[in-house]
Design a binder for this molecule. Structure first.
Ligand code: DMJ
Length: 406
């Protein structure tokens, strides 16, 4: 079907982010697992159609592009701005594509984004969800590890892992560690039960709200913890375990035992569901998978099994699975998101498979759970791009002296 029927020449306005993580990522993963060139060729075809999205003054991409015509823009509801997660979650796929095709153009586009964001990266490493593509700076908007922010932080860590953590990638790891300082500043604990949660931030004020989407963070923290010295590593792993308990409790706290889309933390009440739908999201089971792999603690398998049972009970229909309109009543919607197969069921499967199935020292999962092979990176691409932005310091020759020259 991929060889004979898959055709990307469609007059269709596609999300650059969703197409990258689902389609480019899926095809590259199929290539890495099978070594069948047809997948690499198709990945290149769709990536070439996405590339013009990065042709902006700063290199921060527009987030929507027409696949047949190549004209790009930002969604109307974003007021002309680019979205942080949509602009900073293509690194793994485009770097992998450059590595596998030998053509550096894909990697260059996505690394320019990181270098541009790093130029004005704040001390806490937290960026607002709207970025101005003309200036590469954040516009006044929410800071969050949930919707529209999340996978930017995930890819800082994973791009470093993807290249086998070599020194040529240290910018990614440094930026990620800076952002983790910011994450720590957003942690609060509920009353009466002391659930740790990650707040959102607007200007100087924190909101006691956490999206289920932010439940990828425990897995990310666990995965990144080993890059720290022993004390820090312990601290981050223990925070990851605390946050995973909170996320699991998002599920346990509802009558269906499935989590709502977001939660509020009010004094004395622990967690209260806000938006109450469930669209079969994977983030909590993703984190349980990482925690089980990295700690060996079987509790995470038990929690994953309970979540799986709740999907079986509430979401299973004859032809597949559907989301719920409301986790309190169990009323179903009529949609099965592709990430239920790509991520939710895959992470559950891996939670009950031996660690030798897709070992984490050989593979890195993109944000849609498509495994990509870790390939050593020692190229100078990132350093060269950084150099382009450094102020050019002219060394005066002794001859021209202080006032000399032209
Ligand atoms: C997935 O498409 C990806 O994990 C993405 O990063 C955000 N969340 C959805 C699934 O919830």
């Amino acid at each position: 079907w991929v060889a004979n029927s898959l055709d990307f020449n469609k007059d269709y306005d596609a999300s650059v982010f969703e197409t990258t993580i689902r389609v480019v990522g899926g095809l590259l993963s199929a290539y890495d697992l099978s070594r069948d060139n047809v997948f690499l060729e198709k990945a290149r075809d769709i990536a070439d159609r996405l590339l013009p999205a990065w042709d902006t003054t700063t290199g921060i991409p527009y987030n929507v592009i027409n696949l047949a015509r190549g004209n790009a823009h930002n969604p109307g509801w974003a007021g002309g701005q680019s979205i942080l997660a949509d602009s900073g979650t293509e690194q793994l796929e485009f770097i992998a594509l450059s590595q596998r095709t030998g053509d550096p153009k894909y990697q260059e586009k996505v690394e320019k984004v990181i270098v541009a964001l790093n130029k004005t990266f704040p001390a806490d490493g937290l960026l607002p969800i709207y970025i101005n593509p003309d200036t590469a700076t954040g516009s006044y908007s929410t800071i969050t590890f949930g919707a529209m922010g999340d996978s930017f932080y995930e890819y800082l860590l994973k791009a470093w892992i993807q290249g086998n953590k070599t020194s040529s990638l240290k910018l990614y790891r440094e930026m990620w560690e800076t952002s983790m300082k910011g994450l720590l500043s957003l942690i609060r604990r509920s009353t009466p039960s002391s659930f740790a949660y990650i707040c959102e931030k607007n200007g100087d004020s924190l909101t006691d709200k956490m999206d289920e989407l932010a439940c990828f963070a425990p897995g990310m923290l666990a995965l990144g913890s080993s890059g720290y010295g022993p004390d820090e590593a312990k601290k981050f792993l223990s925070l990851a375990e605390e946050l995973a308990w909170t996320c699991y409790s998002f599920y346990q706290s509802t009558p269906t035992k499935l989590a709502g889309e977001n939660y509020f933390f009010n004094p004395g009440q622990d967690m209260t569901v806000g938006t109450s739908w469930n669209i079969l999201r994977p983030e909590t089971v993703e984190s349980l998978f990482y925690l089980w792999r990295l700690t060996g603690n079987k509790t995470y398998q038990e929690w994953g099994w309970n979540i799986f049972q709740a999907f079986e009970k509430n979401s299973r229909i004859e032809s597949g699975y559907v989301g719920l309109k409301d986790v309190n009543t169990g009323v179903k919607d009529n949609k099965m998101q592709s990430f239920f197969l790509a991520e939710t069921l895959k992470y559950l499967y891996l939670l009950f498979s031996p660690p030798t199935v897709i070992p984490l020292d050989e593979w890195v999962f993109n944000t849609e759970a498509h495994p990509l092979r870790i390939v050593n990176r020692n190229d100078a691409n990132l350093a060269a791009l950084e150099g382009q932005h450094k102020p050019v310091i002219k060394i005066r020759s002794r001859k021209t002296g202080r006032l000399g020259g032209n």
